[in-house]
Structures are given as structure tokens and as C-alpha cells.
Design a protein around this ligand. Structure first.
Ligand code: AOF
Ligand code: ZN
Length: 344
């Protein structure tokens, strides 16, 4: 079934609404909705503002009031079919007398899916799969979490040309130049969890917050998660009040990720040391690697990743380059490599 030019324009508007800055990341998706009248003119619009607030469709319906009768709803995500933090949008659209629904991404959340079917059964015209790619892109980690039952994991590390993340005496400040650290900070802010092991907290006492150019913590902080069983000093900086922190009393990556999934988290920035990285890599639980490689050599010292149990070259864990860039300028600029698993 075709969509009209007005519906396509409304979908572009709904995507822009969904991407409104300042909406907290996770556990909910970003969603936008536009209501059109029979002539294709806009009646109302809405977008989702974070967990517990009205869904995009509900926001648009509230704005439209009685004018929603006979309208077409254009939504970036299939309307939900469940009562979660708020009521089911599919039913709300039916109750409001909406005549036609055009949506982008099919809802990958098993608890909420089925809205299209509910709408069709109520006699509403439904067209799905319209501009799906940008809708999915908007909620990439959320979509991943819904389909895999765990958060997406980005492993970030900084190393010298010879792959070392610390010198022989344990010092590691600073392998990369400032621009690379700023870049890594920006990526940290795009995730909703920063994960390290107890070893990193004991050794480096990191704060693990996202800070602005004046070194002040930003308003929306990722959750800080520390996994492992070792006791830690209560005064460690990771336990300060600048962001929330959870302790995950396990050494198993899969257990830690399940717990974070239960907490509604969708994108983990893995910043632990070599043993934690090796544990996640060995378990097949790294979905993306971001490596900052500094133009430096150490010749000795700890490698960026611990033993993976690989003894022969044919067994190398190989990654595919998705992006390479130079971060910073001048003699100490770093190379940033973004890598995906070979099969992805
Ligand atoms: C949103 N915002 O605009 C839409 C969503 O726990 P709840 O009640 O907030 O429901 C969350 C689920 O509802 C979410 O995972 C997704 O499947 C569906 N649609 N969610 O947060 C919205 N339309
Ligand atoms: Zn909904």
C-alpha cells in the first residue's frame, strides 16, 4: 500500500521530533508522531520525552483532542500494544477514531509488539515499514537490546603502537593525547552504562563521569557499573554522588549484562582493563571495538587485552574496519579505529 507525499513529509517531521535533543537515553526508544487531517495537513504532533512520560502517539492525541477523529497517524515506531509505564497506544488510536496509521520500525519489544494487528482488527488502515532505516538508526542500541536480550557492548581502549595500555611500572597516564581523550569522553556520553572491573577501580580510582569542556559533569550521566567480587573502599571516586553507580557482584560478563538489561540499560561502554576485556571477548560479548592508537612504543608493559586462549594465527579473532580517523593534529595525533565483528 502506498503512502502519500504528505505522509512521507510527516514521517520526516516525526523522525526529527523523535531526535529532539535532551531526551534521556534508554530504557525507552525515541519516538515521534504526527497527526494529519484528510487533506494531509498537520493537526498535531508529539514525541516521547523519556521513560514514564506519555508515548509519542499519546502526546499527539492529547494535543489534537477531538480533531483526531478521522485523522492519519504517522509514527516512527509501531504503536505499542501493552500496558507498561503507560497505556497501550494502539487502543488509544482506535478510541480516538483515527482512520489510518503509517509507521516506520516494527516494534522489536516482545512485550509491546502487536499494535499493527490490533489496529487492523479495529478496521484501521495500517501501513508499516515506511522509512524504517532512519527510525532504526535513531534507536540502534535499544533495538539491539530488545532483539538480543542484553545491551550492545562497545569496548574502548587506548594503546601504543605495540598494543600496550600500561608501561612496565603500571603507569598509564596518558597514553593518548588530549583530543583522543575528549573524543572518548564524547562516546562515553552516548552510552547509558560505563562498565569497569573492580581491578580498575582499585588501581586507577576513576570517576567515570561524562564532563564538559570546563571539566564539569553533564546533566545526564550514564550509569557507572563496577563488576567483580573484590571489596572496594567506600571512598572510591566511582561511588561519589556525581552519577549513579551499581556494583555487579559477578565476574561473568553474561551475568553482568543480564543484570544491566534488567535495569533497562541498552548500551555499555566497556572501559575495564585487559582481563575484563579478555573475558568479554572470549564470551563473544563485544559488539564493537573503538581503539585509540597513539604514535608511541613501550616494548614492555601490560597489553590492551589479556590472554584469549589463542595460540595460532589461524585462530586470530579478526575484526572488520568500520571507520578509521585521525584524532587531534600534529605529531602526537592518535588513530581511532572502529571495528565490527567479521561476521556482522
Ligand atoms: C516509548 N515511547 O513513544 C513509544 C513506545 O514502559 P512503557 O509503557 O513506557 O512502554 C515502553 C515500550 O512501548 C517501548 O519499549 C516500545 O516497545 C513501546 N513504544 N515507547 O517509550 C513511545 N511509542
Ligand atoms: Zn505506546
Amino acid at each position: 500500500m502506498d503512502v502519500t507525499a504528505a505522509e512521507q513529509a510527516a514521517m520526516r517531521r516525526a523522525l526529527a521530533l523523535a531526535a529532539t535533543p535532551g531526551v534521556p537515553l534508554g530504557p525507552n526508544p525515541r519516538v515521534g508522531c504526527v497527526l494529519l487531517d484528510a487533506d494531509g495537513s498537520e493537526i498535531a504532533e508529539g514525541f516521547h520525552r523519556g521513560a514514564g512520560t506519555p508515548h509519542a502517539e499519546a502526546a499527539a492525541l492529547a494535543e489534537a483532542g477531538a480533531a483526531a477523529e478521522g485523522a492519519t497517524a504517522v509514527v516512527t515506531l509501531e504503536p505499542c500494544n501493552h500496558t507498561g509505564r503507560t497505556g497501550p497506544c494502539a487502543q488509544a488510536l482506535v478510541d480516538a477514531g483515527v482512520r489510518r496509521v503509517v509507521f516506520g520500525q516494527a516494534d522489536p519489544n516482545p512485550l509491546a509488539a502487536g499494535g499493527a494487528e490490533t489496529l487492523r482488527r479495529a478496521g484501521i488502515e495500517v501501513v508499516g515499514g515506511v522509512m524504517t532505516a532512519p527510525a532504526v538508526q535513531l534507536n540502534r542500541p535499544w533495538t539491539f537490546a530488545m532483539t538480543h536480550g542484553r545491551p550492545y557492548v562497545t569496548w574502548k581502549f587506548a594503546a601504543t603502537l605495540d598494543g600496550r595500555s600500561a608501561a612496565a611500572d603500571g603507569t598509564s597516564k596518558w597514553i593518548t593525547s588530549t583530543p583522543a581523550r575528549v573524543d572518548a569522553h564524547r562516546l562515553r556520553g552516548e552510552c547509558d552504562v560505563v562498565l569497569v572491573g573492580t581491578g580498575t577501580v582499585a588501581a586507577d580510582d576513576p570517576e567515570l563521569t561524562v564532563r564538559d569542556e570546563f571539566d564539569q559533569p553533564v546533566a545526564l550521566q550514564p550509569l557507572r557499573a563496577v563488576m567483580g567480587e573484590r571489596d572496594l573502599p567506600a571512598g572510591a571516586r566511582v561511588f561519589n554522588d556525581r552519577a549513579e553507580t551499581v556494583r555487579l557482584l559477578t565476574r561473568e560478563p553474561a551475568v553482568a549484562l543480564t543484570r544491566l538489561h534488567e535495569l533497562g540499560r541498552t548500551h555499555v561502554f566497556l572501559e575495564g582493563g585487559p582481563s575484563l576485556a579478555a573475558a568479554f571477548l572470549s564470551a563473544g560479548l563485544v559488539d564493537e571495538v573503538v581503539a585509540y592508537v597513539a604514535p608511541a612504543l613501550l616494548g614492555a608493559g601490560s597489553a590492551a587485552v589479556g590472554d584469549l586462549g589463542i595460540t595460532t594465527i589461524d585462530d586470530a579473532m579478526r575484526w572488520r574496519l568500520s571507520r578509521a580517523s585521525v584524532v587531534g593534529q600534529g605529531l602526537d595525533a592518535c588513530v581511532r579505529l572502529s571495528l565490527k565483528p567479521e561476521e556482522a
